[in-house]
Design a protein around this ligand. Structure first.
Ligand code: DAT
Length: 172
């Protein structure tokens, strides 16, 4: 059976992991957190002194994921999207959170003031939405609000319906 690949993107803290894991558990699709994958495989290329974090080796991440993506049925979660091959994804969701809500979530993570401000600014300027619109066909890019649990539920419902339709359309 053919299954779609789904990209969940957005600023850190908007709820990609929460949505992605729940979606995987309700649909049986595979969930891949690119941050975790990079850490497990040490897929890094240097260290960013300003942000005090390792720099992702994008080529190795793509190589690592290629076979899995070919099989289909993968939910990818990452706060960036311009380095994945465009052909990988059948649909792209950009999660969005109000600034004050996002600020509180990131504060709870213990982010430094600089990291907090940078991420909230990234959200205000819709950087990830712009990146997604520039990297994929605009008609497959959708924004989802991600502030409260009710929105999580309605996002799940919408995506599950879309998956069911996609499976019907691509397996007959
Ligand atoms: P990300 O993977 O984008 O960094 P996350 O899934 O770890 O984000 O979520 C960050 C925090 O926000 C976490 O404590 C769960 C919470 N959260 C996520 N989606 C939410 C929603 N729709 N309503 C309320 N809280 C949410």
């Amino acid at each position: 059976m053919r299954l779609p690949n789904i990209l969940l993107t957005g600023t850190p803290g908007v709820g990609k992991t929460t949505l992605g894991k729940e979606l995987a558990s309700r649909t049986g699709l595979k969930y891949v957190n690119v941050g975790d994958l990079a850490q497990e495989g040490q897929l890094y290329d240097g260290f960013d002194e300003e942000y005090v974090c390792p720099i992702l080796d994008e080529d190795r991440v793509v190589d690592e994921l290629e076979n899995k993506m070919k099989e289909g049925g993968v939910i990818v979660d990452y706060h960036g999207c311009d380095f994945f091959p465009e052909r990988w994804f059948h649909i792209v969701f950009v999660l969005q959170t109000d600034n004050s809500v996002l600020y509180t979530r990131l504060e709870k993570r213990g982010y430094s003031i600089k990291k907090l401000q940078d991420n909230v600014q990234c959200e205000i300027f819709q950087i990830l939405y712009e990146e997604a619109m520039a990297s994929y066909k605009p008609e497959i890019v959708h924004r989802l609000p991600s502030n409260v649990p009710e929105e999580l539920e309605s996002n799940l419902d919408q995506i599950i319906k879309w998956i069911e339709e996609w499976i019907k359309d691509n397996n007959s």
